[in-house]
Design a protein around this ligand. Sequence first.
Ligand code: ATP
Length: 264
Amino acid sequence: MPAIETTALTKRYGETVAVDALDLAVPEGVVYGFLGPNGAGKTTTMRMLTSLTRPTSGTASVAGVSVTDRERLIQRVGYLPEEPPLYNELTAREQLTYVAGLRDLPSGHAEERIEDLLARLDLADDADRRIDTYSKGMRQKTAFIQSLLHDPDVLFLDEPTSGLDPRAARTIRTMIDGLADEGATIFLSTHILPVVDEHADTVGVLSDGRLVAEGPPADLKRQAEAGVTEGTGRTLEDVFLDVTSEDPATEDGAAVATEGSTDA
Ligand SMILES: Nc1ncnc2c1ncn2[C@@H]1O[C@H](COP(=O)(O)OP(=O)(O)OP(=O)(O)O)[C@@H](O)[C@H]1O
């Protein structure tokens, strides 16, 4: 059973088709890099997959739970949105304890997990200060911990290293790999293409609400080399620019899929 499965998933806002008949099958335990230009529909897709917004049509399930079953779904998924919900008047420790309570985590276990995650992200010394005194990076770390506190099966991350210093960014990247190794599925949306290149097992590129390319980074780069002078190394950025260009050749809706791209 795929960790994420969508069939003709569509979201319209009036005349705008934000997500257009999206078919995804993401296996368990992988890091799936979700790319696309601004306004491509990435956030809308993640909001549908975490039951924050309802699809106009089509179906989707995450960790085997339909996105229409919000109550069961939120126990299985974590989401770090671009603007994470934090209470400014709480300290990080209070915020995380509060969220652990909402999630019904046994208090002893929750406390241990919170302390461990605060320490790993180098936030323990500041954890008793109010969040409204935090830097952007400290807020981001708090929100990242909050998204995975309940050990979700599928974790949706929108620019998880935004505002983080290189050390903290590396910690988060290492944690992403570790979570996937333990069997969690990570749906990673970011514009930092080298991170996707290094960490994603499979990449999907969304453009105008449609999946225009999908496959392991190495395969997509190899495909992009076809027709290019031999020996020219292509980067994921080249692939991204190719498949999201306004060139009519790429606008026929045909996804550049790589065989077996969604196999674990
Ligand atoms: N609540 C809304 N009401 C109306 N239109 C919306 C709404 N949310 C998103 N849209 C539209 O849907 C399209 C997709 O937006 P979305 O935020 O999903 O893109 P994105 O890929 O996450 O972009 P970015 O990389 O800039 O974050 C855009 O045209 C956007 O204007």
